[in-house]
Design a protein around this ligand. Structure first.
Ligand code: SF4
Length: 351
């Protein structure tokens, strides 16, 4: 497995609450889909599921086919899907109704029906434990930031109330236009943690989101309340930083660079890729959708710069045959920036 992103088991692409190992019931909002199909007099319906839920696709298609008229055809996208940045644009253009499951909208469009699939896990016991074990007591520091992933957004207000009732002043932010909700974080965007508090409570599964958060906001104490694995921990960016430094070091001697421009609808950073290629005659622009070790192997470059989803670099990096760097790390590797300016690669805007 390689690419992941926004969503695999609950916040961490490999491990989101979407994983079948957490055998939960999701609300696929079939009534809403059927209503939209009827209203639009649609004849073709496309369904796109995140990786962890693809196995449920045929069942959902069956349920829809039972309800919809016989002349409506339902198809399922076989493309990989790791986030709302990763829409099957081919299917979108060729169906009357396109349903994207498992992610909150990155950009609204009449064409797309987003079905978020909220988690039904109880988040409050683990928040309680986080308060007991890792957050400062309200008497010492009442200010706390709160962030979560799309899967728990339906409980966000209740989470805020819960912390307020415990005596905290809760700080939240909407982030930028890549984020749909107040308090939401993505694997590539932690703008909602730009808040006036030294401690931040992240409620969600997986460790990759809070690690990115801790990297991006190194001055903050990031407490992870993971209701899926029922664990409270503190995000520690040190080990992660060491791994990134090691990749940068390995790439310092590289002569030929592959600069990847990702063609997925919400992952393109053209200017960034172009700028690198314009300024380095030994750099080659490679365009692709899925970025996998197999696909890069035959190019045989000494190192790569990934301008697509940052999680491919940080989470899958070791699987590639040559160092895979973020654009910021590339600047360090070629001596344009000092090593101590290494930052987490974040992604802003939509398309
Ligand atoms: S680009 Fe961002 S939203 Fe898209 S899969 Fe990667 S981390 Fe998730």
């Amino acid at each position: 497995m390689s690419q992941q992103r926004e969503e695999q088991p609950e916040g961490d692409l490999r491990n989101t609450g979407m994983s079948l190992k957490h055998d939960r019931e999701w609300d696929y909002e079939l009534d809403r889909i059927v209503e939209e199909v009827q209203e639009r007099e649609a004849k073709t319906v496309g369904l796109q599921f995140p990786e962890g839920l693809k196995r449920r696709g045929p069942g959902v298609a069956d349920d829809l086919r039972k309800t919809l008229p016989d002349d409506v055809s339902v198809m399922i996208s076989g493309q990989p899907c790791y986030g709302a940045c990763d829409l099957d644009t081919y299917m979108m253009k060729r169906t009357d109704v396109f349903v994207h499951f498992g992610h909150s909208p990155m950009k609204d469009s009449d064409k797309i029906i987003y079905v978020p699939l909220f988690s039904n896990v109880d988040v409050f016991p683990i928040m309680d434990q986080a308060i007991d074990e890792q957050l400062s007591k309200p008497e010492e520091d009442p200010d706390v930031g709160l962030v979560t992933t799309a899967q728990h957004m339906n409980k966000f207000e209740e989470m805020c109330d819960y912390l307020e009732d415990e005596g905290y002043t809760v700080h939240t932010a909407r982030g930028d236009e890549r984020l749909t909700h107040e308090g939401q974080v993505l694997g590539c965007n932690y703008a909602s943690a730009d808040i006036d508090a030294d401690q931040v409570l992240y409620v969600g599964g997986g460790k990759f989101h809070p690690l990115g958060l801790a990297m991006e906001h190194r001055e903050k104490h990031v407490v992870i309340a993971d209701p899926v694995n029922n664990a409270v921990t503190v995000a520690d960016a040190e080990q992660f930083l060491k791994e990134r430094y090691a990749s940068v070091h390995k790439a310092m001697d590289a002569e030929r660079w592959g600069v990847i421009f990702c063609t997925k609808i919400g992952q393109g950073r053209w200017e960034k890729a172009q700028e690198i290629v314009d300024n380095n005659e030994n750099a080659y622009m490679l365009t692709m959708d899925e970025i996998t070790p197999d696909r890069l192997l035959n190019f045989g470059m000494d190192a790569y710069v990934n301008t697509g989803c940052p999680r491919i670099t940080t989470d899958d990096g070791p699987q590639f045959h040559a160092p895979m760097l973020t654009p910021g790390e590339y600047e360090i590797a070629i001596g344009e920036k000092p090593l101590d300016e290494l930052e987490f690669d974040t992604f802003h805007g939509t398309w």
